[in-house]
Write a protein that binds this ligand. Structure first.
Ligand SMILES: [Zn+2]
Length: 88
């Protein structure tokens, strides 16, 4: 352990439906402040939920319906596409 926990990753969040549109929030805010709001993926606009962090694992963005065209999903095929049922 060198004590250097460098994190170069772009922060992953999600979008919550609010007054007049969608608003980006971090996953931790989504869990703390917007747990009952409708959420969509910041990339493919498919509906998502946020799973609470567990020991050794960060909070997870989970697509209700998997999208192989989303790099934030678990089955990305390398070609980005909008979700087949995007949330508007
Ligand atoms: Zn997505």
């Amino acid at each position: 352990m060198d004590g250097q926990m460098k994190d170069d990753l772009v922060e992953i969040g999600c979008e919550v439906r609010g007054h007049g549109g969608w608003q980006w929030v971090s996953l931790s805010d989504a869990l703390r402040l917007y747990s009952s709001r409708m959420k969509r993926c910041q990339e493919c606009h498919g509906q998502v939920r946020v799973d609470k962090p567990r020991p050794g694992m960060a909070a997870q963005l989970v697509h209700y319906e998997r999208n192989s065209g989303c790099s934030l999903g678990d089955c990305f095929d390398g070609r980005r596409r909008l979700h087949q049922k995007p949330m508007r």
